[in-house]
Design a protein around this ligand. Structure first.
Ligand SMILES: Nc1nc2c(c(=O)[nH]1)N[C@H]1C(S)=C(S)[C@@H](COP(=O)(O)O)O[C@H]1N2
Ligand SMILES: [Mo]
Length: 434
């Protein structure tokens, strides 16, 4: 084993190797290994603490103390985001900065597939509704405000690839860890009301969304992304066309001046810089709608499996998930501390969250946290708990949510080739001084 201070770097560069050094065998997230003696000693030296529940500590997972990096990112109106890519811009938010019930605009993640429009003018912006409708329409933002009921809701938005960074073998794409999720308050009109005004034909099957950003290649007419949803989801009263974010304008990187907000489904359905909705008579076949994009195999596969494209299905509702937003991971608590307050949020795609559970002994025993109802459907739900520690040392707090259908967050990662839908439970590191 290298010097103790190299352990964090090793987990960063080569987590499988680090796992091997500590646990003495090849990582396998579906089974639990046991810390080898030297590994336990190395870990304890690095953490500066003993590990009361070390016997339960799983192999194949990066210890929470090493799991989250931090870096700075400067963009006007954004604060504290961690940049993953700057062309296109992709940036996520650290879990402890997502502590607010309503995600401030400055903390809302950015996921761009192409290049945002260089400048936009809300006063001349138009939205076309065409395809399988009786009355094709061209609407200004003023028309939307005048002709339809304006509503505001807190709505969760999560990238389908959030959590991809934990995939092993890795999946191509942005290596999101936890922070490609948000719950801002959005103001706009119901997509349903606009589609009804246009007169949906019986032949309508799907929506097709278009925005004003351009493809990375800069080739005119080539879309960065163009996805859609079945008509039933478009007609859900919480699927919105929005022009306001948190009481102000939409941030330029979050789709100003107009975007879709289709909560509970992959973020990619929520077209930014929205300028056209094409109502289709078949499943939309725009950019990143076909092949294996935003699709997962229709059956479970072992990590690394090659899956034929025909066996992939389009992702609809996102799975149940939660975040611990307080305390911040790697918190050091003073000697004598025997309890701490823990809180976070939980959400479940089209469903509600019905229970929230916490463990401090690597999942051996669980207690219920208290869980709030959502302020409106499709908002994430707050939860909190006091956890008690038997002694000083290194602990991980694990949190898992359970949805209204009884599904709960797994311990292991449900691997799939494109790295979507990782809803494995969130873990944070807590150390109590001796
Ligand atoms: N026009 C356009 N809309 C888009 C995208 C994009 O690249 N271009 N990215 C999508 C994806 S993949 C996600 S996860 C969400 C992210 O929204 P945000 O950047 O406001 O957080 O926007 C979606 N809408
Ligand atoms: Mo996304």
């Amino acid at each position: 084993m290298k010097k103790e201070r190299d352990l964090a770097e090793l987990y960063q560069d080569d987590p499988q190797r680090a796992d091997y050094e500590v646990f003495g065998r090849i990582a396998d997230t579906n089974r639990r290994g046991f810390l080898k003696k030297a590994g336990l000693a190395t870990l304890m030296t690095y953490l500066g603490a003993n590990i009361p529940f070390y016997k339960n500590m799983p192999s194949g997972l990066i210890p929470a103390a090493f799991a989250e990096g931090l870096s700075d990112f400067k963009i006007a109106g954004k604060n504290g985001l961690i940049v993953l890519n700057d062309r296109p811009v992709n940036a996520q938010t650290a879990a402890h900065l997502l502590d607010d019930d309503v995600t401030p605009t400055a903390r809302h993640f950015i996921r761009n597939n192409g290049l945002p429009p260089a400048s936009v003018d809300a006063s001349t912006w138009t939205l076309d509704i065409d395809g399988e409708v009786e009355r094709p329409m061209k609407l200004s933002i003023q028309d939307l405000k005048r002709n339809f009921e304006v509503v505001s809701y807190k709505l969760q938005l999560e990238c389908g690839g959030n959590g991809r960074g934990a995939f092993n073998p890795p999946a191509k794409g942005n290596q999101w860890t936890l922070g490609a999720v948000s719950n801002s308050e959005w103001t706009g009109v119901r997509l349903m009301d606009v589609l009804k005004a246009a007169g949906i034909k019986d032949s309508a099957v799907y929506t097709g969304h278009y925005g004003a950003d351009s493809h990375l290649s800069g080739i005119p007419g080539k879309d960065a992304i163009s996805r859609g949803v079945p008509i039933a989801k478009a007609m859900n009263p919480y699927s919105l066309i929005v022009f306001g974010q948190n009481g102000g304008p939409i941030h330029p990187m979050n789709g100003a001046p107009l975007r879709l907000l289709i909560p509970g489904w992959p973020g990619s359905c929520s077209q930014k810089w929205l300028n056209r909705i094409w109502v289709r008579d078949k499943v939309h076949d725009g950019t990143k709608m076909t092949g294996t994009a935003y699709r997962v195999p229709e059956y479970n596969v072992a990590p690394g499996t090659k899956v034929p494209t025909k066996d992939f299905g389009i992702i609809n509702s996102m799975p149940v998930k939660s975040l611990i937003t307080h305390p911040q991971t790697n918190v050091k608590l003073p000697s004598g501390t025997r309890s701490t307050f823990v809180r976070g949020h939980a959400w479940a795609g089209d469903n509600a969250v019905s229970a929230m559970m916490i463990s401090i002994d690597f999942g051996s025993t669980w207690t219920y946290a208290s869980l709030n109802g959502p302020p409106n459907p499709y908002s994430w739900q707050g939860w909190n708990s006091v956890v008690n520690f038997p002694t000083h040392g290194y602990y991980e707090i694990w949190a898992k949510a359970i949805d209204s259908t009884g599904k709960e967050q797994p311990f292991a990662i449900n691997w799939n080739p494109k790295g979507y839908l990782n809803n494995s439970m969130h873990r944070i590191a807590v150390t109590i001084a001796s």
